[in-house]
Ligand binder design. Sequence first.
Ligand SMILES: [Zn+2]
Length: 252
Amino acid sequence: MRDQLVFLLQLQQSDVKVRELETAANQLPARLDPLRRDLAKLQTMLDAERAKLAETESWRKAQQDMIDKDRELLKAAQSKLQASKNSKDFGAASREVENRRKSISDREAELKKVVEASASSTAQMQTRDKDVEGVRTELTNSEDAQSEQLGQLRAAVAEAIVARDEARARVDKQWLKIYDTLAAKRGYAVAPVIKGVCQGCHMALPPQLNNILARMESIETCPRCSRLVYRKELLEPPAPAAGPAADESPKT
Ligand SMILES: [Zn+2]
């Protein structure tokens, strides 16, 4: 019975290992999501700026067309001014010349402001373009590193599954069935007992049962959680998990 308990425990440990590795492999791709979100945000901002700049450019062209048109109208007004034969025509023509000149100079002033502003937006956009490129490169590098890591994880999962299947093969069928049912229902099937308390459900076992466990002649179940139980100190001597020197009490 001791052997079966040991095998069941090994099976449980391999099941945990397979599950942990599978979880790690499944969660890995999502780790780059924040970086992907950053990149998408930057790209959206950049696209918006580019669209605004294109809009400004088409406004600038329209403004330039209107200035050209104003210049033609100014020329016509100037000809009319030269051809004016009386003071009434002269007055009207010179008012028109004046108006056209003012319109041209207003539009040109406006145009100058916009051209300056768009030059600085263009410079800003080039900086941002570089930022986006930097993030993109970072993401590509991270994705490469990650796919390598994922490959290693998947290999580790495959290896762990082989070990798990080997562990399953060592357990007797009757116990496998109980193990699987308990694992499905309780998360895990085998629980250690420490100082008379089941570590699966934290209930103190009847002293009689605890004594039976000490003999290791049978596999017993916890009356409360039904898990297969064993006395921890009998199957797992104090683990060296706390560090290599932890168990070596100095005797000097
Ligand atoms: Zn229990």
